[in-house]
Design a protein around this ligand. Structure first.
Ligand code: DX5
Ligand code: ZN
Length: 220
């Protein structure tokens, strides 16, 4: 089953002093989803933004908001992110002891449920929750920062997950170090949602459309 190719610019690499404008610019430049990285300074060594800031950005685009929670615990905040306007909510498999419960909670809020896997986490972590999943996010860097180098060993993990999910309607997302150079490696292995931070936002707003088109063309 072929899933549509989605390019999701990551706001982590945008100018935080003008988030509304940046969300609009990423939308107009051809981003299919807007990827929002929530970090708590505990699960990952960086802090970004939470539900009120996402709610403020929500007014600036009608494209799906893909909210990547790098927080532990996550469950207590799921409803707040749903209310803020998330369409996809992704929790980390490593962030709590009750992944199955977290995924059920996300779907019960009417949102798409995702699981992210750190580079060292085996794909076996999702084996028993496949039917509760709408998206698997394979971290292709260690979460916490934009602009890191892609970890090539993750291509094989994407390939294994593609086989595991069979014909279930699950998106395979890759996050970290995605550029026009690395995009074809991951799409060939089965990924269809490409998060791009630095590669999408480099060069300022006038460059966004070309950056996104370049990743999309390379990925095909
Ligand atoms: C990293 C974040 C990523 C980040 C990717 O922890 O989850 O979404 O923005 O940035 P690049 O594409 O620059 O590696
Ligand atoms: Zn992310």
């Amino acid at each position: 089953m072929t899933r549509p190719l989605i390019i999701a610019p990551s706001i982590l690499s945008a100018d935080f002093s003008k988030l509304g404008e940046e969300v609009r610019a990423a939308d107009v430049a051809g981003g299919d989803w807007i990827h929002l990285d929530v970090m708590d300074g505990h699960f990952v060594p960086n802090i970004t933004f939470g539900p009120p800031v996402i709610k403020a950005m929500r007014a600036h685009s009608t494209k799906p908001f893909d909210v990547h929670l790098m927080i532990a615990p996550a469950d207590a905040y799921l409803a707040a992110f749903a209310d803020a306007g998330a369409d996809v909510i992704t929790v980390h498999a490593e962030a709590g002891p009750h992944l199955d419960r977290s995924l059920q909670a996300i779907r019960s809020l009417g949102k798409k449920a995702g699981v992210a896997l750190n580079p060292a986490t085996s794909e076996s972590a999702i084996e028993h929750v496949l039917d509760r999943l709408d998206l698997v996010c394979v971290m292709t860097v260690n979460p916490g920062f934009g602009g890191q180098a892609f970890i090539p060993a993750m291509v094989e993990k994407v390939r294994r997950i593609k086989v595991m999910i069979g014909n279930r309607p699950i998106d395979i997302e890759v996050d970290g170090g995605i550029t026009a150079e690395t995009a074809p490696l991951v799409t060939a292995a089965g990924a269809n949602v490409l998060v791009a931070g630095n590669a999408a936002f480099k060069g300022g707003p006038n460059a966004y459309a070309g950056n996104i088109a370049g990743i999309r063309a390379a990925a095909r």
